[in-house]
Design a protein around this ligand. Sequence first.
Ligand SMILES: [Zn+2]
Length: 688
Amino acid sequence: MLVVRASAKITGSHLERVAVVYLRQSSPRQVRENFRSTERQYALAEEAARLGWESERIVVVDGDLGISGRFSDAQARKGYAQLVARVCVGEVGAILGLEVSRLARSNAETQRLLEFCALTDTLVIDTHGVYDLKDFNDRLLLGLKGQMSEAELHMITSRLQGAKRAAAERGELRFPLPVGYVHDQEGETIIDPDQEVQAALRDLFAAFVQTGSAYGVVGAFKGRRFPKRAYGGAWAGEVRWGELTHPRVLAVLSNACYAGAYVFGRYRSRRTVRPDGTITTTVTELPRPEWPVVIHDHHQGYISWEQYLANEQRLRANDTRGGQRPAREGGALCQGIVRCGSCGRSMCTRYQHAGGYYECTHSRADHIATPGCRSVKTTVVDELVVRRLLDALAPQEIALALAAADEVADRRARSTRAVELRVERARYEAIRAERAFHACEPENRLVARSLETRWEQKLRELAEAEAELAAQNKPVSEPSREQLEALARELPKLWAAASTAQRDRKRLLRAMIADITITSKPTGAELQVGIRWRSGATEQHTVERPQTRQEVIRTPAEAIELTRRLAATHSNAQIAEQLNAAGLEAGTGGSFKAEHVQWIRWRHKIPYPASYAHGDEVTVHQVAERFSISDGTVYAWIETGKLTARRGPANRLYIPFPPQVERQCRRLVTNSVHLPTETKIRSAGGAV
Ligand SMILES: [Zn+2]
């Protein structure tokens, strides 16, 4: 038991105030398992009473039990904050703790608390004695103790870490194993002898190879259960069965243990200081090359290390957040593998109305687009690429079909095997339950009844499993090898079939073609399409862009030329007549009208004859320029009758502009509430 020497340092002033017993344990596990220490801490309250404090003046602060002082922020440790606050207001006569150095998270924090204690004449009492912080010797002693405890902690931690690391380097440090593995009696890692668990894991890896995505694996396991092992808690170490989720698939695929490797140090915790001074710990996963210990062939793997690396690469290719572009459902076949030959960046796909375009969205967003970065209709590129792909596939058609046939048979066999194993297990459990029931003493009715219920339950499970197996074994109409060969020969038709998913077409395409580079010149319809095959071969094709609508309905060059010649002397209607007389046709078909000529003038910047403006007439734009206002304002004045205008032969407005009209306009500008003040002052100043 504790023995604290009663000391002359405790005075009446201390006894009048409260004695705080401050309890702290580092982790929930310590609280659970190291209860002796907790008991000793509670005994301190009795010690305080023995030293003279009345029982109602003894306070136990145990809010921090189970909260680590090193790794949690001050917010979480309310008990400690409460202690400091009470010391500061002078409420506390003494603080009792098992070890003074363990009051706070760090030596610096302890020193600060001790300083407050000195200022408020608060005693500190631990198992070794009573310390008065106003006394220099006591202060020195506590300071030394604090530093020594910190040094001790450091030594212990580094020694433990060193031993742990050395054990890990030998591959002997034991971790909880992932489902599918168990430790044998000698402590070696072996594959779980449970056949059903093994089958589930093998099927998971096979399903990933087949579907190519973690979501695909989840789909393949729909309606089928997957084992998991609980860590800690009531179910610790037990295998339980549940649904397979996407995060679980990712966890299994990225766990090197399944490739037979022993890995230590995948995760590293790092402490960071937030702007408000609190400290948090974050755990980050290290990239594979930085793992400190990797021992290959440590135990038997479900997959090879090469397969593990391939899976990892596959997962990375599916990671859109990491900038990858897996095959999507959209119509553009080359989505994700098209590059711009001009800027070198990958091109995005934009769908508009019925068609799509490949365009340099990335480089445009980063303002590094070049004049050669032109968008291309997807059909132009896709038609060429598909033609080349089907040509290339022709000699391989039979081999492909046969591989597909083998895969289908294999998948069915595996799926059946899983159900067979379930039946076997259910039968075994039913027999066991039956045996237990028969072995039970007939007098012990309660036990017999519960065993009977269990037996019935097991029989029901067996019946369910057998029914499932029967359903699995029902013959299904599978295509014969001959049918498949015929189908393979018709790959082009199959490719075009409506039932073929676009995503599958893209996957096939990507299996053969690594990437496609599109190079355009800044102008012109010529387009270079480069195809790089997975085999390493490359080829270059030249295709023509289709004409744009503007190009299709383009006005003949002769018509533009004639308009330019007649422009200065003829009205639009007159020019239209001349064009029709010359036997020319408008771009949209049919004869020319005045509007067509108006469009040609605007499009090709052909001026109207100056003579159209009579005498002192000016155009709308000229008025706007003179008063620094917009054309729109002038149009508004004309519409509301504030200004008179004449509509000329080319549908243009001409404003007679004698001095009195100019003065009137200036008044309008000065009085307008809509115009900005700056304009008003400027035009008013001009009038002076
Ligand atoms: Zn580009």
